[in-house]
Design a protein around this ligand. Sequence first.
Ligand code: PEP
Ligand code: MG
Length: 851
Amino acid sequence: MLSTPDYTTITPTAEIRTSTHGNRAKCLQRLLRLNLPVPKTVALRFDTVRTIAGGRMPDIRALLGVFGDGALLSVRSSSQMADWGGPGTILNIGMNDEKAAHLAKTHGPSAADALYVSFIRAYAVDVLRLDADGFEGPITPRLAKAAFEAEMDEPFPQDPAEQMAEVLRSMARAWEGTTARLLRQAQGAPLDAGLGLLVQEMALGIGQGVSGSGVVQFASPETGEARATGRWLPQAQGRAALSEGEAQFIVTDTRGKSLEDVAPEQVAALKAAGALMRERLREEMQIEFTLMNGQLSILDAVKCPRSGRAEVAITVALAEDGIITSDEAILRIPPFTLNQLLHRQVSPTASRDVLTRGIAAAPGAATGKIVFSASAAQAMASQGEPCILVRRETSPEDIRGMHAAQAVLTERGGMTSHAAVIARGLGLPCVSGATRLQLDGRKKTLTVPGRRVFHEGDIITVDGSTGDVLVGAPAMVEPALGGAFATLMDWADAARDIGIRANADTPEDAAMAQRFGVDGIGLCRTEHMFFDPARLTVMREMIFAENPADRAAALDRLLPMQRADFIELFQMMQGQPVTIRLFDPPLHEFLPGDRDGIRALAEALDLPVSRVAARIESLQEFNPMLGMRGVRLGVTVPEIYEMQARAIFEATIKASTKGAPVVPEIMIPLVSARREVELVKGRVDAIAAEVRSQTGQDFTYRLGVMVETPRAALRAGEIAEHSAFLSFGTNDLTQMTYGLSRDDAGRFMSAYVQQGVFPEDPFTQLDVDGVGELMHLGADRGRRARPDLIISICGEHAGQPSAIAFCRKAGFDYVSCSPFRVPVAKLAAAQLSIQDRQLQADPHRLDEERL
Ligand code: PEP
Ligand code: MG
């Protein structure tokens, strides 16, 4: 077996690989191939660094020999992926009394002293991990060496080989430390991820001519727009120096001094280097450079740091300029990055006073005055005041308040609690399950232990992207839906091979869905249409009806309202499929819960309070989510579904007169038995026949079933005989598969995830093992019974890349998610189909060595 050398000088042709030497080593080799002025650099392989951590040193004198006597050197880390981290760079190794004396002659005593002190400090604090106290402040080399000796009981080492060995050992061991390991594992690094080290000749950054160090990039880190930004500090070394107040601009700037003012040629060379790297490394890079007496050295280049918005702009621009393909642009952008573009966000540079944290239930951020009730939210909104609705948990009665609020904060609940689902649908930021929150509804206050008490009207900010609740009003950045984002979505549409629909309950939701370019509506939850105050009263009359005739009268009044809803929806979605789910929730959700509400209802219905209270009580259930809801209500109170079916058909006829005919899809919720479907189908078909004969108009429709109970999945074969489509409602299906209430799971979910009982909250990440197995069974059995069966998912999981991967693999026709999740879903779907295509074209495809 050939022995591998411990180190390799980086040249354009040397054997340097990302997988053995790390991404920085590979990048420097690429810069050399571009003839860029990179100082001499030697790369140590991962296995060499591992043996150094284990106590065996390579031949250090031979290593130093590569650079010649008296060279000052730096050591940088080079992990396989840039975001796996690595110990910080150590500069000026080789600095000793002799070198300092020499530098004093060539660069002046103060520059020599400053370099020497900074090395002694770095060596003591960063390498040997001594207390920083003795090395702080403006000290001389003599004092710094004395402090070193006092701590170490030995003089500061003068031998460059000894210094280098210690630096290498310290960096190799730091990589093996627990914190470093956990941090990189959080970024997806494997357990055995290696670290390479680079020994590089210093370009000093001090001297008589233009000298100093800087960092520059040619795309804005906030927006991605093409412009040079960065910092430059004369007579300085290293990135750290650039955070100092005196740092100057790179290009000429009215706000202050710049490098371009004194060294225009060097800035032109940097611009040329940036353009070359962009074209040949196929990435927008950030360059770390040094000037020594006007001579440019490029020490390092890394992928330019960027916000999500900049990521999209930079990547799309690379593809538009023909540097990468549109497929590659799609693959480069992590889908959730798009959330940063869809909503207002707290500015990455704003300071954050975190009051408490909860579940990041709906992305985006909003600032407003605290309100504790839906009515207060409406009152606040009517005065044009932005507000944040804070509730223990929300119920359907809060929906109007949610519409009026800028964001929602709840003490209880998880990813699929009422507040979370509705907020995502409305595009409102939401933090749910902020369990440390102490709410006092009566005094109208909130606090968390150890913080001041907040009152109604105080200003807070809900950051639904991170789960933070912030005090006050931090600076925000606005959404960015045009330009690069729109182009990326067009590319994703062309690449994806699974349908993406939206869950949309209202015309506003549908408009948002249209804006994101969906393939239809996959779930319209009709019950939300009944919470409008005018309708709520009629709804309540229907619930209180004593006999079928009274109930029919109330439903007759609801019919035109419901028909108008559907006409509007169908006209907006002209030519596209719209899936309407028949009424799902238990009836008591439409009745008041407190004494004042009951009294008001009694007045409105002209009934004694006792009768109203008794009726409400009679509708109460121990377990309403497992009680009389969904199709169970449809079977026992059939008139509601009949009214809805009539409204859908009449609206279909009306909407089809003006444009492309609509094919409504009627979906039955919470089915568990074939007979339920037979009963509802019989009635819906009868209403269709009636409407056809009454109007003399024909139309087509599809009837399908929402698979939300394990039994429906298991019996999908017989259920499919009466269904044109099956849509998996994975919110309820998860709840019922686990026997775990979706509204209560938030209370202990974090303990469960922390202790590894569940790998993730199954209401957030589709449980492909358990719930997924039921979905497989259901889809297979359904398709076997009816090969043309349309299969989809419409639970909240549908917007998750991992669930989309599952559904695509299982041959589902489409996924349907909240409108604001559509872009993420599209990008994830496009990535999956491109990856498959690439794999089919080249089954042995290996990941190209990327920067
Ligand atoms: C579901 O259960 O997955 C679903 C989409 O219905 P809902 O969330 O309205 O219960
Ligand atoms: Mg459901």
